[in-house]
Design a protein around this ligand. Sequence first.
Ligand SMILES: O=C(O)CCC(=O)C(=O)O
Length: 313
Amino acid sequence: MMNAQVDVNRGDAARTDRDQPRCRILSDEANARYRRDGFAVVKGFFDAEEIAPIRAGCGRTAHLSNVQTQVRDGAGRSYGVAIWTQIDDSLLGMLPCMERIVVAVESLLGRSCYHWHSKLLRKQPGDGEVGIHQDYATWYEDGCLFPHLLTCSIIIDASHRENGGVYFIPGSHRMARIHRVLLGDTIDQHGPDPAAVQAAVQRLGLVYPTLSAGDAVFFHCNTLHGSDPNTSDQARTVIHCSYNAVDNQPLSRPGQEHHRYRPMRRVADDFIVKRRYSAVLREASFHPAESEDDVGAGIFFRSCDRDVASPTR
Ligand SMILES: O=C(O)CCC(=O)C(=O)O
């Protein structure tokens, strides 16, 4: 399962017992990059044999069309996202509980965590951009008082600028939550104040990591990030697993019950290679697709974004 070459990012992989499920903890260097930049790329966090069944099971998006939210980008394009919070016995259902992810997340957060939600995002050639944003902007509205949340992105298809791979503003996690403004005429068209974003880019720059299948990116909920349209002929698939600190349980928000604290069991690191899952995914476990007329779980189309103001204010 492991490559012969030990990746420095895998930290103590060499110290683990062959017969025991491995718990791969991030290296000091990855921890330092996360603290400095608000994101850290960890090369080869997953092996090819772990990514293969996910790619095979998620590659055909037609069967997810009922549960995919089509998010528009303000330029007439869109991209599809399927969301889940429920932990079931499928590969995707158990993935957020995988030991190596949870250990890494808890070490970066410095706190016990629980699963906030996960997203399967697949950009086909020609699909649109994800506008630059801070995740905490909406998660604050979901009732979290502290920015003690982060995301582990699992790269399923190689990703780069041309196929709409994610970019980050390094160091932006140290900024405050940026005021959001309306950027279009529908409720999903909002983003951080463009003047603040422009200043952040000028001072901090913008980074487009080139990512291979099996890499992971851990990023802070205040880190400004987004992704360009897919102008290539290659699809891009990524899974974003997001976590909240147990001591940061959200204030009660109508319609946001799925974000309440739920104890999270850990799943052994070898559950994928040992095929200890019932199916790659269970369509019934995804949230229903959201739209402007039916906000559903309200992760993209939100009825309550109280801080969003008109840009002309
Ligand atoms: O992977 C991407 O393109 C970015 C997705 C993202 O930022 C989001 O869904 O909030």
